[in-house]
Design a protein around this ligand. Structure first.
Ligand code: 6PG
Length: 261
């Protein structure tokens, strides 16, 4: 099942995404004693991560409102992974881990052992193989067996319709066995490591965060256009049993016939 929720602006979107994260974390910890989440890279989720790190009790209009996101998550029971990583050192400005650590993880009481980064500093294929072993070990599963079921995977969507590091025209979009792959992205002249659709589509909740007018045309193509995941890799995200949710701002939703929340 998929759902689209449209918010007036990026700030409202970030608040909604933070509430969603808290809700999923609360539900997972109550049900199973832990919450497994794969963070997205890119710029859109930054403001959500900043909210999750805050004990800020002022709501988006400045009224005092006991949100205090950081205090509402049982961080010692949260395990953080990444949906993809750039093949750079962990302190590099392009590193998705670096962004997540600086904006969120350094500000909440999550044990270091609960932070499972993709080691972008390694040779890409080795980094992918190592991360696959990390997932196998953590989820106690093996390739070929049912893939790990994350409680939540956060994703963004690039202007070309890519998601995670599943880029148009790459074999990773149609990977059906491996959980993590590395590939060279010609258009970026860079290596990336990414979860494959095998893992993404096994998640209990997959949530896209998309904002900005620049995404409007592509978002319309992805959601309302012909199914062509080679061209629009975000379309390959169709959770088998999980919930697909699109949290978008009005600018990105300009081409969609959707009511604003
Ligand atoms: C990455 C992300 C990537 C990102 C999209 C959208 O490593 O860059 O995983 O898939 O989510 O490119 O990026 P923005 O949020 O910056 O538009």
């Amino acid at each position: 099942m998929s759902e689209i929720k449209v918010y007036p602006d990026p700030t409202s979107l970030a608040w909604a995404a933070a509430e969603h994260f808290v809700a999923q974390a609360t539900e997972a910890v109550a049900a199973r004693g832990l919450f497994t989440v794969a963070l997205s890279g890119g710029s859109t989720p930054r403001s959500t991560y900043a909210l999750l790190a805050s004990a800020d009790n002022a709501d988006r209009s400045g009224r005092q409102h006991p949100r205090e996101f950081a205090l509402r998550v049982d961080w010692p029971r949260v395990h953080v992974f990444w949906g993809d990583e750039r093949c750079v050192p962990p302190d590099h400005t392009d590193s998705n881990y670096c962004m997540g650590r600086e904006v969120l993880l350094d500000h909440v009481p999550i044990p270091r052992r609960n932070v499972h980064r993709i080691r972008g500093e390694m040779e890409p294929e080795q980094a992918a193989n190592e991360y696959e072993r990390t997932l196998q070990s953590f989820f106690d599963a093996r390739p070929g067996e049912p893939s790990p079921q994350f409680d939540l995977i956060l994703l963004g969507m690039g202007g070309d319709g890519h998601t995670a590091s599943l880029f148009p025209g790459t074999a990773s979009v149609h990977e059906e066995a491996r959980w993590v792959v590395a590939h060279y992205v010609d258009k970026l002249s860079a290596w990336r490591v990414t979860l494959t659709p095998v893992v993404v589509n096994a998640a209990a909740h997959v949530t896209f965060l998309v904002a900005g007018a620049g995404k409007a045309e592509r978002l319309h193509q992805v959601l309302a256009g012909r199914y062509q995941p080679d061209v629009l890799p975000a379309q390959i995200v169709r959770p088998t049993d999980g919930q697909l949710l699109w949290l978008v701002d009005a600018a990105a939703a300009a081409r969609l016939q959707q009511e604003v929340e």
